[in-house]
Design a protein around this ligand. Structure first.
Ligand code: ADP
Ligand code: MG
Length: 274
């Protein structure tokens, strides 16, 4: 069995609108693949479809983690197989502590809880998250940077096989960025973690070293190359990949197709009444 995350011909839509028009990507264990692209190109959609967010319809294609077909699985089953998603906008979960949440994940995966507390403490130290924050409900009243450290801590404790990082760098100051990127990079070398790192900016990729950089524009991978492609994009921007046609405006009817209150992946900054 090849230890890889394999995405083949993935076509996905939200409501009536097709967002991903056929994505092919293979991330072998231990490698970092960056997906870069302008706003609205479908990067978060790709991460949500991989994780199984409700409201997205896959009309063709496959996603394999090792030899397991992910698409028929529920989100929690995908996590058990070894997929991890760090959200672009980490969700606050009032009433649930980090220990409760990770403990439930350990129980569900049949893992031994006895080392959980020491693992959380060790990861907090490694990632520079104040231990005083560990007793708070998940992400409640944390700053943007603390939330991203918290996501990275969860990754460290859960030790998944593949991680999709959706703009781990957004809202991070330089120190937090370095700490989070270094922790993920260490997991790739120490544990063979495979990473799909979605980002706008090259700065994430100085500590988290990509093996391959892909450009996603208008729902398609339009270029792939080595780390030098990220440097080139930083200098030239994405204009040359966008062609003449502007990105269509978001479709409010399609947005409404997802009930925000029921959607654990929802962007908390979106106004449900807008
Ligand atoms: P990126 O993360 O690259 O900025 P997204 O995947 O968030 O892009 O969005 C790609 C396109 O899909 C955008 O035009 C966006 O409006 C649309 N889209 C994304 N999520 C939804 C949704 N839940 N409902 C309706 N349209 C959506
Ligand atoms: Mg996004």
């Amino acid at each position: 069995m090849a230890d890889e995350l394999r995405i083949e011909g993935l076509v996905a839509r939200v409501g009536d609108r097709e967002i991903l028009h056929g994505i092919d990507l293979v991330v072998p264990a231990g490698e970092v693949h960056a997906v870069m692209g302008p706003n609205g190109s479908g990067k978060s959609t790709l991460s949500h479809v991989l994780a199984g967010r409700p409201g997205y319809t896959v009309t063709s294609g496959r996603v394999l983690l090792g030899d397991v077909d992910l698409l028929p699985l529920e989100p929690w089953q995908r996590a058990q197989v070894g997929l991890f998603l760090a959200l672009q906008y980490p969700v606050e979960v009032p009433g649930v502590s980090l220990g409760d949440m990770l403990g439930a994940a350990f129980d569900a995966g049949g893992r031994d809880r006895s080392e959980l507390a020491s693992r959380i403490a060790g990861e907090a130290e490694r990632i520079g998250l104040a231990t005083a924050l560990l007793d708070r409900p998940v992400n409640v009243d944390l700053s943007g940077g603390e939330k991203k450290r918290n996501e990275t801590l969860q990754l460290g404790v859960l030790a998944p096989r593949f991680a999709v990082l959706d703009e781990l760098d957004s809202g991070l100051d330089v120190d937090a960025l370095r700490a989070c990127a270094r922790r993920v990079e260490a997991a790739t070398t120490e544990d063979g973690l495979g990473v799909l790192a979605i980002t706008h900016y090259r700065r994430l990729l100085t500590e988290l070293k990509p093996d391959v950089v892909h450009v996603l524009a208008r729902g398609r991978i339009v270029a792939s190359g080595g780390p030098e492609l990220a440097d080139e994009l930083e200098a030239t921007g994405y204009a040359s990949y966008l062609g003449d046609a502007a990105e269509p405006e978001p479709d409010p009817a399609a947005e409404a197709a997802i009930a925000p209150a029921l959607d654990p992946f929802a962007d908390p900054f979106a106004d449900p009444l807008a």
